[in-house]
Design a protein around this ligand. Structure first.
Ligand code: FAD
Ligand code: AMP
Length: 478
């Protein structure tokens, strides 16, 4: 093993592995250190996203959605099935297989691109030196021209609900249940709580989500959040807002949760409890005191817009720095830093980061919400289009939700696009592209969309900004 590299990356999650591969593509001698171990006992690259986050949760969301469709909705489209059953062990095994395939795929990409993978822990020392400790405990000091820190994040734990082995779990534990709990409690009705709650609700659990805030999904557009709440409640998710959990204890094989709401103190008995109250940056034993990298008051590594830390030639990307904790945001930061190290001048457009909640229907958005535009005093026009009026959504028996587009009143530039509906995660890409190209709502309206597609709802909402969607009655004639 060499001791000198152009670039050492610490962390092989989406932010770190994208950075490492792009550095190697650009001809830089690159090593990537990661401490994660998979279920097989081998190094497992891909970080939270591939091992315990995006991918396993989507494997279970897709599988449970198919089950629910077969059980509840096939008969509506003329398909009668009987004896539909869940095999949780098989579902989990398939999820693990998908994870295994992808994590070993990252190892293959490292090899193919010439990235040296170093399984173990990395610690930044002063002067761009890195202390590498292998899983076997051998230590070595490596030298680098540049260091990229990408150590990611871990679930937040709260004192009222300490984790236990199998009954009170975090998101990682919730991806490993071996049977369907009859009664499931979830603390936090944020993105992760809603996704995991949906999985187990579809598979048959009675799910109660306890959310401290009075407002549902405060980061989403208010109208979309309101419509989503109704759609989720209709699916049987019992979402209790303004409800703060103050205690949880295991009692006779069940979990007794105590919580406070406007009416006082209550308790709830469940078979399992998922704590999904957010994530925090992970920097344990990452930095020597003299390395020159600073943390902010919330524990994130301080960086500028270009992800440079306070230490010369040291960068930080992904969940460990400010901004939304999303895999794709970290990937773009990783690539930007790699290209900047190689002398190119890219930047990340933080105004165009899409957010998605992979429930059914999905919720997705990019840009400003209506409440943000109101608060900043911007003038805007709104176009909306419901999936109930989309030929493709009707044909697919999937008509919940709408598209909402906000455009500047003067310039018509698209300022925000918000979707709750089928395949919102795919539809939002159309909006991101439009906004990256600084499109006006009229540009989207003048673009031809294939018929019949769900994308036509985006087209119609864009036409609606100027008041002339075709498949809606417009009172104003424009
Ligand atoms: P991580 O993925 O956390 O990777 C960091 C890696 O660095 C880890 O392997 C860690 O072990 C390693 N490491 C840390 N410190 C050291 C050290 N000192 N030495 C060596 N190695 C170290 N995001 C989305 O965009 N879409 C989704 O659908 C989505 N779903 C999610 C579902 C769940 C249940 C969860 C928990 C998260 C989800 N996320 C999703 C968030 C997403 O997983 C994170 O935003 C993303 O993984 C962050 O990437 P990262 O590279 O910054 O860090
Ligand atoms: P997110 O950050 O999107 O994963 O959402 C986590 C949610 O958990 C937030 O909306 C918090 O308000 C909520 N939360 C945090 N602590 C508690 C608690 N003790 N009881 C109920 N909800 C909580």
């Amino acid at each position: 093993m060499s001791e000198n590299y152009d670039v050492i990356v610490i962390g092989a999650g989406p932010a770190g592995y994208h950075a490492a591969i792009r550095c190697a593509q650009l001809g830089l001698e690159t090593a990537c250190i990661d401490k994660s171990i998979g279920k097989s006992g081998d190094p497992a690259y891909g970080g939270t996203c591939l091992n315990w986050g995006c991918i396993p949760s989507k494997a279970l969301l897709d599988a449970s959605h198919k089950f629910e469709d077969a059980q509840k909705h096939f008969s509506e489209i003329g398909i009668n099935v009987s004896g539909v059953e869940v095999d949780v062990a098989a579902m989990m095994a398939r999820k693990d297989q998908v994870v295994q395939g992808l994590t070993s795929g990252v190892a293959g990409l490292f090899k193919g691109n010439g990235v040296t993978d170093l399984p173990g822990r990395g610690k930044l020392l002063a002067g761009c030196q890195v202390e590498y400790t292998s899983h076997g405990g051998e230590q070595q000091i490596l030298e680098a021209e540049h260091v990229i820190l990408a150590p990611g994040s871990v679930p937040v734990e709260i004192d009222p609900a300490p984790l236990t082995d199998h009954l009170i779990v975090d998101s990682t534990g919730a991806l490993e249940f071996q049977s369907v709990p009859e009664r499931l409690g979830v603390i936090g009705a944020g993105v992760i709580g809603l996704e995991l709650g949906s999985v187990w609700n579809r598979l048959g659990s009675e799910v109660v989500l306890l959310e401290a805030l009075e407002e549902f999904l405060p980061m989403a557009d208010e109208r979309i959040a309101r419509d989503s709440l109704k759609l989720f409640a209709n699916q049987g998710l019992d979402i209790r807002l303004g409800t703060r959990v103050i205690g949880a204890k295991v009692d006779a094989g069940a979990v007794l949760v105590s919580y406070q709401d406007g009416d006082g103190e209550h308790s709830l008995e469940v078979d399992k409890l998922i704590v999904a109250v957010g994530r925090r940056p992970y920097t344990e034993d990452l930095l020597s005191p003299d390395c020159g990298v600073n943390l902010d008051e919330r524990g994130f590594l301080c960086v500028n817009d270009l992800c440079a830390t306070d230490a010369p030639r040291v960068y930080a990307v992904g969940d460990v720095v400010r901004g939304p904790m999303l895999a794709h945001k970290g990937m773009e930061e990783g690539i930007m830093v790699a290209e900047r190290i190689a002398g190119q001048k890219p930047s990340v457009n933080y105004d165009c980061v899409p957010s998605v909640i992979y429930t059914h229907p999905e919720v997705a958005w990019v840009g400003k919400t209506e409440q943000e535009l109101k608060a900043s005093g911007d003038t805007y026009n709104v176009g909306t289009f419901p999936f109930a009026a989309s030929g493709r959504a009707l044909a697919a028996n999937d008509t919940g939700g709408m598209v909402k587009i906000l455009a500047d009143a003067e310039s018509d530039r698209v300022l925000g696009v918000h979707v709750v509906g089928p395949q919102a995660s795919e539809l939002i890409a159309q909006a991101v592209i439009a906004m990256e190209f600084d499109a006006c709502a009229e540009d989207l309206g003048l673009t031809m969309f294939a018929h019949p597609t769900l994308g036509e709802a985006v087209h119609e909402a864009a036409l609606g900004v100027a008041g002339h969607a075709i498949h809606m009655v417009n009172r104003k004639k424009r």
